[in-house]
Design a protein around this ligand. Structure first.
Ligand code: 8X3
Length: 266
């Protein structure tokens, strides 16, 4: 039996972090459109307010690097029952400096956000997810890593290490949850053209952002990743997509990005 919105039971309830833009916001839209009940969390209240107006999701301001914020979300959810799906999406790259020159504060911030923020969410929500699994057969922890977790590249050291940390953590978690009906799904996207990812990486430098995507035919967009997340949580309860690596066709590998039109070699 499927676990998604087609179930005759009450809609499954999802918590999505990093919901104010990009993949997080797209995931909130996609889940709401398919009848899931969604609580969207992020730091920026104004963006959450527009998302709520557009989709009907519930929102809470939450910085996943702040223990009190995460505890407030847990308490809010606990008062209203269980949780079925956690989409731990908050993350990103800060800086693009070589290892020998990078600012350790940027590295700490990346680890706090990507690794520890994800662990903090999982730790807080796991008891609620266990109740969700009891109610709806299965619960889901979906976490966003990156193809950067698997292949290093110049200037990516801090981000490579942080996302590799997310991947390693999810592997341990999947083993620890063996025997429970809780899926641990890692989505590892390659190049996704979002409003903010590259801007954060390049400290707001729009020229560098534009150069990154220059000439790339159809990079992934946030909706592509959201579609995969929706697919993963809608799979039959016994099916776990452990790891989904996804890239635009133009990006054969981290260092093999084709700029220009894609054409068959005839
Ligand atoms: C981002 C993917 O290709 O910029 O998660 O490293 S990439």
């Amino acid at each position: 039996m499927g676990t998604n919105e087609t179930s005759s039971r009450a809609p499954r309830r999802a918590l999505v972090s990093g919901a104010s833009s990009g993949i997080g916001a797209a995931t909130v839209r996609a889940l709401c459109a398919r009848g899931y009940e969604v609580v969207a969390i992020a730091r920026r209240e104004d963006r959450l307010a527009s998302l709520a107006q557009e989709t009907g999701c519930t929102t809470m301001v939450c910085d996943v690097t702040n223990e009190h914020d995460v505890e407030a979300v847990r308490a809010y959810l606990a008062k209203r029952g269980s949780l079925d799906i956690l989409v731990a999406n908050a993350g990103g790259a800060i800086g693009a400096d070589p290892v020998g020159e990078g600012d350790p504060r940027d590295w700490s911030a990346m680890f706090e956000l990507n690794v520890i923020g994800t662990q903090r969410l999982i730790r807080a929500m796991l008891p609620l997810l266990r109740h969700g699994a009891l109610e709806h057969q299965v619960a889901d922890i979906v976490s966003l890593s990156s193809t950067a977790a698997f292949v290093s590249y110049e200037g990516g050291g801090g981000y490579n290490a942080a996302k590799a940390g997310v991947h390693a953590m999810l592997g341990a978690l999947r083993l620890e949850l063996a025997g429970e009906p809780i899926r641990v799904v890692e989505i590892a996207p390659g190049m996704v053209h979002t409003e903010e990812f590259a801007l954060n990486r390049f400290a707001g430098d729009e020229a560098k952002r534009d150069a990154l995507y220059e000439g790339v035919e159809a990079p992934l967009v946030a909706d592509d990743v959201a579609d995969v997340i929706v697919y993963a949580v809608g799979c039959p309860a016994h099916v776990n997509l452990d790891l989904v690596q996804m890239r635009p066709v133009a990006q054969a590998a981290q260092h093999k990005l084709h700029r220009g039109p894609l054409r068959p070699k005839l």
